[in-house]
Design a protein around this ligand. Structure first.
Ligand SMILES: [Mn+2]
Length: 434
C-alpha cells in the first residue's frame, strides 16, 4: 500500500472505523460538556463551527527531524521532496481537518512544476499559505555572502541580491496561489560597535520598500522580529516595535508577525498581541513553545496558560466588531528533535485549538465589568474558569463532524504511518532544507 493511497483512503474508511470504536466514550464526554456550556449560556453549535473553521498552516520545514547546534538525529521516513512534504501535510489534514495549508520555504522548496504542485496540493485539499524567503544562509552557487547581513548589508550589491531573492519568492508564491510573503531577517551583529544601528535600520527599510513595490495588491508582507540569534549582540529587527515601525512606514500591505519563541524570557506576549491588533497590524502568528529561548518545542507543552492568555487577546481582537485587523495567518513554526514530527504537529494543532476554544468560553461582559470595578480577584476567576474547562470533547466533536479522527495520535499510531514511511523512503533520510 503506498502512502498516498493510504492517505486518500483515510477519509472514507479508516477514520470511520477509528471513530466508531471511540464513539460511546466520546459521546458521553461531549454531552457532559455541551450540557454544562449550554447551562452557562453558551451556544455550543456556534463554538463548534468556530473550532472547525480554524485552520493552521504547516511549514514545509517542520516535517523532518530538526536539530540543535550540536547534532541531528534522523527519525526515518522523512520527506525528501516537495511532493512528499505535501503528502505528509495532506495526511495530517486528513486526520484532523485542521491543517489545510502548507507554508513553503524558498529556496528549499522551489517547485519544478508549479502547476503540477498546485494540483497535487489540491488533491489533498491543501492551499498555499505565506511563502518564506531565506537570506540567513548562502546558497551553493551564490557569489556574494550574507555573512554580514542581507537587506541591511553595507554593500549595496548584497542588498540587491537579497531584494531580488525576495521578489523571486513572491513570483514562486504567485504561481501557487499564496497571498503573503514572510520576511524573517537574521541580520544582526555579535559585537558592540560592529554596526551603525541607524544605518542598518534605514538600509533595511529601503530594501523592504523595493520588495514591497513588487508585492501584488492582494498580498500581505509579514515582518518577523527576534531579539537575538543567529547573532548575539543585536538584531536589526529586534522587537515588535521595530517590526511595527517598518510595517507602518511601508504601508497598508505590511504587517507584524509574532513568533512565540522570538521574545526574551517572560515577555508579556498577550499585551503585544493586544496592541498590534488595536493598531490593525497583526498579520501573522508563528506557534511553538519554549522554556529558555527560541526552543521551538511543541505548542502548549511548556506554557499552556500563556497560550490561553494570548488567545484571549486574539479572540477579543477577532470578535471585536470595530476591529481594523485582518484575520491573522496562523502557522506552526517548530522543530522536532525528539518526537516524530507528524505526531508533534498533531499535538501542536490540538494545543492551538484547545487554547482558542478556552478563549471562546471567556465571558467577555463579566470580565469587562470586573475590570471596570478593579476587581482583580473576579477577573482571575473568570479567566481561569474558562481555562480550566476540559474542552477536548468539543474539539473532538468538531473534528468528527468534519470527517476527521476523534483521536488523531491514536489513529496515526494504529495505522503504523511512520513504519510505512520508513519502508517507502528509507530509515536514514534528511528532509530537504534541514
Ligand atoms: Mn517564525
Amino acid at each position: 500500500m503506498t502512502y498516498k493511497f493510504l492517505s486518500m483512503k483515510l477519509d472514507k474508511q479508516l477514520i470511520q472505523d477509528h471513530n466508531k470504536k471511540l464513539h460511546d466514550k466520546h459521546q458521553s464526554g461531549f454531552s457532559f460538556i455541551a450540557d454544562r456550556l449550554t447551562t452557562e449560556g453558551h451556544d455550543v453549535e456556534r463554538i463548534l463551527a468556530k473550532i472547525a473553521a480554524l485552520q493552521i498552516a504547516i511549514p514545509s520545514w517542520a516535517l523532518g527531524t530538526g536539530g540543535t547546534r550540536f547534532s541531528r538525529f534522523s527519525g526515518g521516513g522523512e520527506p525528501g521532496s516537495l511532493e512528499e512534504k505535501i503528502a505528509d501535510v495532506g495526511l495530517l489534514h486528513a486526520i484532523n481537518r485542521s491543517s489545510g495549508a502548507i507554508s513553503l520555504h524558498i529556496p528549499w522548496d522551489i517547485p519544478k512544476d508549479a502547476k503540477a504542485i498546485k494540483s497535487l496540493a489540491k488533491e489533498y485539499d491543501l492551499v498555499f499559505d505565506a511563502v518564506n524567503s531565506n537570506t540567513f544562509q548562502d546558497q551553493a552557487d551564490q557569489e556574494l555572502s550574507y555573512k554580514y547581513g542581507s537587506l541591511s548589508h553595507s554593500d549595496k550589491a548584497v542588498r540587491k541580491l537579497a531584494i531580488e531573492h525576495n521578489v523571486d519568492v513572491i513570483k514562486h508564491g504567485e504561481l501557487l496561489g499564496s497571498k503573503a510573503l514572510t520576511v524573517w531577517l537574521a541580520d544582526g551583529t555579535c559585537f558592540p560597535g560592529q554596526q551603525n544601528f541607524r544605518k542598518a535600520f534605514q538600509r533595511t527599510l529601503e530594501s523592504l520598500k523595493e520588495i514591497y513595490t513588487a508585492l501584488p495588491d492582494d498580498w500581505q508582507m509579514f515582518i518577523e522580529y527576534k531579539p537575538y540569534e543567529p547573532y548575539f549582540y543585536s538584531t536589526v529587527i529586534q522587537d515588535w516595535g521595530t517590526s511595527h515601525l517598518l510595517a507602518s512606514k511601508l504601508g497598508k500591505k505590511a504587517y507584524c508577525l509574532v513568533d512565540l519563541g522570538h521574545h526574551l524570557p517572560n515577555t508579556n506576549i498577550e499585551q503585544i498581541v493586544a496592541t498590534l491588533m488595536m493598531e490593525g497590524k497583526l498579520g501573522g502568528f508563528h506557534f511553538n513553545d519554549s522554556k529558555y529561548g527560541d526552543d521551538d518545542l511543541t505548542v502548549g507543552s511548556i506554557k499552556p496558560y500563556q497560550l490561553f492568555l494570548i488567545f484571549n487577546e486574539l479572540v477579543y481582537g477577532m470578535e471585536d466588531p470595530a476591529s481594523i485587523n485582518p484575520p491573522p495567518a496562523w502557522m506552526i513554526d517548530a522543530s522536532h528533535n525528539v518526537k516524530d514530527p507528524l505526531e508533534d504537529l498533531l499535538q501542536s494543532v490540538e494545543a492551538i485549538k484547545l487554547a482558542y476554544t478556552q478563549a471562546l468560553l471567556v465571558n467577555k461582559e463579566e470580565l469587562e465589568a470586573a475590570r471596570e470595578n478593579n476587581d482583580a480577584t473576579q477577573a482571575q476567576e473568570i479567566l481561569q474558569h474558562a481555562y480550566r474547562t476540559d474542552v477536548r470533547p468539543l474539539i473532538a466533536e468538531a473534528r468528527r463532524r468534519a470527517g476527521a479522527a476523534l483521536h488523531p495520535i491514536t489513529l496515526f499510531r494504529n495505522l503504523n504511518v511512520r513504519k510505512q514511511l520508513i519502508q517507502e523512503r528509507g530509515l536514514k533520510t534528511v528532509s530537504t532544507g534541514l
